[in-house]
Design a protein around this ligand. Structure first.
Ligand code: NAD
Length: 274
């Protein structure tokens, strides 16, 4: 991707969920392609440490940390005031911040990860971050992009916005109580591709594009048993390497994707192809 249309020089890019697994890699890729990166996350300490490391790796680049919580109106308003004051514009927003309800293995009497027992408080918690938080940040970004007459939004869904989880993927310990992929992640991620289409068509004539990336199974120190189970279900027969997520995010943020809006870029090793 050395052609000039892939360059991100001069672009101000806000990445939410920046200290997460994918967030760190995407921020690194954007810095490598010359962007001004604003790394945002609600883990303030981790964010400071991450941006310090990124600045050492890419000296002389404009890379900064701005902590904020997508569930708080006041926090997101303050974030955009800081962006406006420092950069006076926002070219690209990447919405990566999200949560995923976690359950302990070996639950005894009632398996809370089963749909019929799943606690609705967990649903509400995920909705606040993955759905309402996504809408909140996007609204603020669009208010900044509209007067500029240009903007680019990248939302991040999951294969579980396209297909149901194959629950057998998560059942690797035959002796432990099985843990199922719960409905909060599946439900909140399912709205993302159509939310992107909504925003894309609403603002298409205002110069604002909006697309979705669908990652799947990015390797993060998963157990050998999980990797083997994943490999059996995956057409490519393996999990996604972290570096393989860089290209789609750089492409969508760059002018090379200028005719794309409302689209869904699936990066799943063929998971949804069969
Ligand atoms: N890792 C994968 O294999 C995979 C697969 C499909 C989709 N995704 C999606 O990609 C995105 C990133 O995934 P990841 O694996 O890097 O997740 P992650 O959990 O490592 O990172 C998510 C980040 O969001 C931040 N965050 C959570 N709540 C927040 C809030 N209220 N305000 C601000 N920041 C908040 C967390 O602190 C964390 O740093 C998510 O939207 C996820 O659904 C990931």
């Amino acid at each position: 991707m050395n052609e000039p249309e892939f360059s991100l020089k001069g672009k101000v890019i806000l990445v939410t969920g920046a200290v997460g697994l994918i967030g760190q890699e995407v921020c690194d890729a954007y810095a490598a392609y010359g962007a001004t990166v604003i790394a945002m996350d609600n883990q303030a300490d981790a964010l400071d440490g991450f941006i310090e490391t990124l600045n050492i790796r890419y000296p002389g680049k404009d890379l900064c940390a701005m902590a904020a919580d997508v569930t708080s109106d006041a926090s997101v308003t303050n974030l955009f005031q800081r962006i406006q004051a420092k950069h006076h514009k926002l070219d690209v927003l990447v919405n990566l911040a999200a949560i995923d309800a976690k359950f302990d293995k070996g639950q005894k009497e009632i398996n809370l990860s089963r749909f019929e027992h799943y606690p609705l408080e967990l649903w509400e918690r995920s909705v606040a971050v993955n759905a309402t938080g996504l809408i909140r940040v996007t609204q603020h970004a669009i208010r900044l992009m509209l007067p500029a007459g240009s903007g680019n939004i990248i939302n991040v869904a999951s294969t579980y916005s396209l297909v149901a989880p194959n629950q057998s993927l998560y059942q690797i310990d035959s002796d432990a109580s099985p843990v199922f992929k719960p409905i909060d992640y599946v439900g909140t991620k399912s709205m993302v591709p159509n939310f992107s289409r909504y925003v894309a068509t609403f603002y298409a004539r205002d110069g604002i594009r909006c697309n979705t990336v669908v990652p799947h199974g990015v390797f993060n120190q998963h157990s050998k048993a999980f990797q083997d189970n994943f490999a059996k279900l995956s057409p490519l027969g393996r999990m996604c390497e972290l570096k393989e997520i860089r290209g789609p995010f750089v492409f969508l943020a760059s002018n090379a994707s200028s005719y794309m809006t409302g689209s869904t870029v699936v990066v799943d090793g063929g998971w949804t192809a069969w």
